[in-house]
Ligand binder design. Structure first.
Ligand code: 3HC
Ligand code: NAI
Length: 710
């Protein structure tokens, strides 16, 4: 096995190369190796300076995330942090210039090692960031102390609380990077290091106070950060801890700040928030691994795409392809619908441009990649076609029959259906192995989830190609089985039903929404439905009734259908569960809903009475987890983590709570089961414990440890 950290000398400069694939994480041995090599360089007469660089595709992408789970208590965390802080000081105290050469990403501990070097150079495509909060922790190796000294308080607070990566250009402008190297990075870094050695220059970031010396400005930036977190943190604690650590260092000096960082890091790394976020990080990567679809399954290269239907979803899906640089034909059945679809796409891009998210040139480029058409001409060039026509089985059958005729035999045939059985139209194409569901969420150009629906005959190559494609489209792909509503919407039906029933029992729409947003959801169930459209669900129910089916067993509230009949579809009609003033999206509670709830309660023969917030949260979350257990038992979802990833990306479920299945585990499955049984006794037999919930509770296991993930 090659050494994790290698030492060589080139042109009078010691080169310290980290070689820990795939992302050069700071696994045990890597920090120590860097330490040893820098110490060796300091004493090496053949070296006038040092360059720290990563082998492979990237610099250091951070601490080894797997290691956090092995920290048993605060003492161990604090001890480890002290050691890494001391190690970084030793690098910083090197008497010879130490230059960090960045390509790929320098994230978390990676950026912290880079900042302990005297200078940083980067290739134009490099990215840097402190994404620790996304894992429920804070930078723990001096990041909250050195970053403000390089780029000031406002930027460091932004980076440490939001966790986003920034490109080399901005990093240079902010003072995080000292030079961009065009061409060969190592050669550029060596030249830079030699120049610094010749000038006798080194620079310790921990001693640079110029950017934080204005305490009044720093205090204002910190206050602004806390105020903004009140709106955005949605119950997460780590972002506040990051602000506290930065504040300590800015106001009381590097040493006091470092001590505070070490302390806060220990709290965070042992928190449920961090455990949940780390589990979700790995769940997201695990979702790309599908049993029966080996890693080496051949995949098709998607170079050209086509979308059928330019409505709400088709337009957004076409934008996804164009954004990824893939030319896409957009087919409609008539000119007016095509023009409307294109105008919506153009408007969406223009909005992005007006917000400075895209340049006019970028808008022109993506628009030129979307080619409108009313015929199938050119479909024989497509590597994939995504069907997004009306939700009608006969129509889909006829479109798939067309696609079987007009596309190449190897073309992937995807459907965006949200409720229909893909097996029923896969055959129409004559190539069911190529047929798969690509279920995007509205707005398709924004929402990151893509449920990849595996039909009875879907081939593994089609699945592997879809997973690879999801990543290219900047989506999170999760493979799910074929059933009504797949994973996301099947479970959502139970979530929504509980909301409706709680309303009939006496809770109010604003109360229920408030409980769920207090839990961390971006929007409550009723607010969400006003955005998505009450008509969408109502039409699905109508269709199901017409074929003698229903979405779920047991009571269904009539209130949403009454709203539909009244033309109250939600925000788009100015009224739904709430009222909206013209041009506004601010929900205004509407007494009419209380009247409808009274009427429904009367019809059900129940008296409305106050419902506690605890009851609301428990009923909704237990309903979700119980149906999640059925989804797992029926193998519609492969793992509990897949469900949690789906809920995080499909509905904005608060990540720090891990997802509906992780949340149930945190409550304890015996408790969840007891609640299901209590609701059954109190509310009726439509509450049935999922067999898997029963089994796991009896075995004293959680969903995750049953799946082999603690
Ligand atoms: N530790 C351990 N494993 C890691 C890792 C890390 N920091 N980062 C990535 N990996 C693993 C992934 O699990 C994956 O493993 P797999 O192939 O077995 O599934 C593999 O590396 C490749 O990762 P991706 O599939 O995510 O590859 P991408 O090329 O899409 O993305 C990346 C690369 C942008 C580096 C992305 O992996 C990422 O964001 N990683 C996490 C970065 C991060 O959060 N760093 C901070 C860590 S906390 C820290 O540093 C604390 C410090 O302050 C003390
Ligand atoms: P939509 O009604 O906005 O658009 C459908 C479009 O298909 C219309 O513009 C119509 O003219 C066009 N069309 C009909 N027949 C056609 C044909 N033969 N050839 C070309 N174009 C044709 O519908 P929407 O909402 O975009 O839904 C499309 C699909 O996406 C449906 O299967 C729906 O279930 C699914 N879906 C919808 C979501 C939503 O929130 N709207 C979310 C996820 C999936």
């Amino acid at each position: 096995m090659p050494e994790l950290v290698q030492y060589t000398v080139q042109d009078d400069v010691a080169i310290v190369t980290i070689n820990n694939p795939p992302v050069n994480a700071l696994s045990p041995g890597v920090p120590e190796g860097i330490d040893t090599c820098v110490t060796r360089a300091a004493a090496d007469p053949a070296a006038k300076a040092v360059v720290l660089i990563g082998a492979g595709n990237t610099f250091i992408a951070g601490a080894d995330i797997k290691v956090f789970g092995t920290i048993p208590n605060r003492e161990v965390s604090i001890d480890r942090s002290h050691r890494v802080h001391a190690l970084l000081r030793r690098i910083e105290d090197c008497p010879k210039p130490v230059v960090c050469a960045i390509h790929g990403t320098a994230l978390g501990g990676g950026l912290e090692f880079a900042m302990a070097c005297h200078y940083r150079v980067a290739v134009p495509g490099a990215k840097v960031g402190q994404p620790e909060v996304l894992l429920g922790i804070i930078p723990g190796a001096g990041g909250t102390q050195r970053l403000p000294r390089l780029c000031g308080v406002a930027t460091s607070v932004e980076l440490c609380t939001q966790g986003q990566h920034i490109g080399a250009k901005r990093a240079l402008a902010e003072g995080i990077v000292d030079r961009i190297v065009d061409g060969d990075l190592l050669a550029g870094a060596i030249a830079f290091a030699r120049a610094k050695a010749a000038a006798g220059e080194t620079r310790k970031v921990r001693e640079q106070d110029a950017k934080i010396s204005d305490h009044a400005a720093a205090a204002a930036a910190l206050d602004a950060a806390r105020a903004s977190l009140e709106k955005t943190a949605r119950g997460a604690h780590a972002p506040y801890a990051a602000v506290q650590a930065i504040a300590a260092g800015v106001l009381h000096g590097f040493d006091a700040g470092s001590a505070r960082e070490i302390d806060l890091f220990a709290d965070c790394v042992l928190s449920a928030e961090s455990r949940n976020l780390i589990r979700l990080f790995f769940a997201e990567r695990e979702a790309a691994k599908v049993p029966g679809v080996p890693k080496d399954t051949p995949t098709a290269e998607i170079r050209a795409a086509a979308v059928v239907g330019a409505g709400t979803m088709g337009g957004g899906i076409a934008m996804n392809y164009a954004n990824a640089g893939i030319p896409v034909l957009l087919k409609e059945s008539d000119r007016a619908a095509l023009d409307r679809g294109l105008a919506t796409i153009r408007r969406n891009y223009d909005i992005s441009a007006s917000k400075g998210k895209m340049t006019p040139e970028q808008v022109n480029r993506v628009m030129s990649l979307i080619r409108p058409t009313l015929t199938y001409d050119g479909f024989d060039q497509a590597d994939i076609v995504v069907e997004a026509v009306f939700e009608n089985l006969d129509l889909k059958k006829s479109v798939f029959a067309d696609l079987g005729r007009v596309t190449r035999p190897d073309c992937v045939l995807a459907s965006n259906t949200s409720t229909l059985d893909i097996d029923q139209f896969a055959q129409s194409s004559g190539r069911p192995a190529n047929v798969i569901g690509h279920h995007f969420f509205s707005p398709a150009n924004v929402m990151k989830l893509m449920e990849i629906v595996r039909g009875r005959e879907t081939g593994s190559q089609t699945i592997a190609t879809s997973l690879k494609l999801a990543k290219k489209l900047n989506k999170v792909g999760v493979v799910v089985g074929n059933c009504f509503g797949f994973v996301a919407n099947r479970m959502l039906a139970y979530y929504m039903r509980e909301g409706y029933l709680l309303l009939e029992e006496g809770a109010s729409v604003p109360q229920i929404d408030h409980v769920l947003t207090g839990f961390g959801m971006p929007v409550g169930p009723f607010g969400m439905q006003d955005i998505a459209g009450i008509d969408v669900g109502a039409r699905i129910r109508q269709y199901l009734r017409s074929i003698g089916k229903s979405r779920l067993e047991g009571p269904e509230s009539p209130v949403p259908d009454w709203l539909y009949e009244m033309g109250r579809y939600g925000q788009k009609t100015g009224a739904g569960w709430y009222r909206y003033e013209a041009g506004s999206r601010t929900p205004i509670p509407d007494p009419l809903i209380e009247e409808l709830a009274d009427k429904a309660a009367h019809e059900r023969g129940i008296a409305r009475q106050p419902v506690s917030d605890d009851e609301i949260l428990s009923r909704i979350m237990v309903a979700l987890a119980n149906e999640g257990a059925n989804v797992l038992d029926e193998h519609i979802a492969i793992r509990p983590g897949d469900i949690d990833v789906i809920y995080a990306y499909g509905f904005g479920y608060p990540r720090h709570r891990g997802g509906p299945m992780a949340y149930a585990d945190s409550l304890g499955l015996p408790h969840v089961l007891a609640k299901v049984n209590e609701y059954r006794a109190r509310l009726g037999d439509h509450w049935q414990p999922a067999p898997l919930l029963d089994r796991l509770a009896a075995a004293g296991k959680g969903f995750y440890d049953a799946a082999g993930v603690a």
